[in-house]
Design a protein around this ligand. Structure first.
Ligand code: ADP
Ligand code: ADP
Length: 229
């Protein structure tokens, strides 16, 4: 389960300026589809619609054949995990931040998720800026480490569907490769929608869609798209 389908989806923030002009694609259950395209193409808007932050003005979005407008918000949030571009951490320990979204998880499960994402050494630490009254200082995590927290959170939550939003764009190339490996592992067996600027970050996708000015202008796999571009 976990098939995601966009059918002729249209959306505008401002009526005079359509952002998505009839976008259709399917991510079959368990597969990875990447949406690439220039900044401003409407990629993040697609993921916002999938989370129902906004409603499409035309067309529909289906999960396993069900229109998402008929799915309760809490069920939708349970079904979809997100690893964002910038992970904002809450004012509590890294362990608490990993638990966010699945409060009933046991201590051992949190630890296991942290270990899989290789962030377990920080589990008791507080994030930077959140110093305790007794003078304990928060820890400055790098961009890659924050992403590992988001990855651990997603592993723990275990949603069938995953959205990765330009997940490695802000990292140096060593960290990027490292995080990519962790992300490939989390997306294993899950329906995954990757939002990316560059073809180079989506080598492993089953299909790649190029979005430009609100339309899908090309579809293919990594090899065919590289050959054409
Ligand atoms: P064109 O091929 O002329 O660019 P479009 O496919 O963009 O046409 O639009 C077809 C119709 O759908 C037009 O009436 C347009 O205003 C409307 N439309 C397109 N995209 C959106 C959108 N995102 N929101 C609302 N209406 C849209
Ligand atoms: P991408 O993720 O491909 O860079 P976005 O989906 O973020 O593109 O944005 C597509 C277009 O929609 C951009 O022109 C952006 O300025 C515009 N846009 C994004 N969010 C809003 C908003 N909340 N209100 C109005 N316009 C927006």
């Amino acid at each position: 389960r976990g098939t995601v389908r966009f059918e002729d989806v249209r959306f505008a923030y401002i009526p005079s300026r359509p952002i998505l002009k009839g976008v259709s694609f399917e991510v079959p259950a368990g597969q990875t589809v990447a949406i690439v395209g220039p900044s401003g193409a409407g990629k993040s808007t697609l993921s916002r619609l999938l989370f129902r932050f906004y409603e499409p003005q035309g067309g529909r979005i289906l999960i396993d054949g069900q229109d998402i407008s008929a799915i309760r918000q809490d069920a939708l949030r349970a079904a979809i995990g997100m690893v964002p571009q910038d992970t904002v951490l809450f004012n509590d320990t890294i362990g608490y931040n990993i638990r966010y979204g699945r409060w009933e998880a046991s201590e051992a499960e949190v630890r296991e998720a942290a270990r899989s994402a290789q962030i377990d050494r920080f589990i008791e630490s507080l994030p930077e800026g959140y110093d305790t009254p007794v003078g304990e200082r928060g820890l400055k995590l790098s961009g890659g480490e924050k992403q590992r927290v988001a990855i651990a959170r997603t592993i723990l939550k275990g949603p069938p569907i995953l959205v990765l939003d330009e997940a490695t764009s802000a990292l140096d190339s060593f960290t990027e490769r490292d995080i990519q490996t962790a992300l490939d592992r989390v997306s294993q067996g899950r329906t995954t929608l990757v939002i990316a600027h560059r073809l180079s970050t989506v080598v492993n996708a089953d299909a790649i869609l190029v979005l430009d000015h609100g339309r899908i202008v090309e579809r293919g796999d990594h090899t065919t798209l590289l050959a054409r571009n």
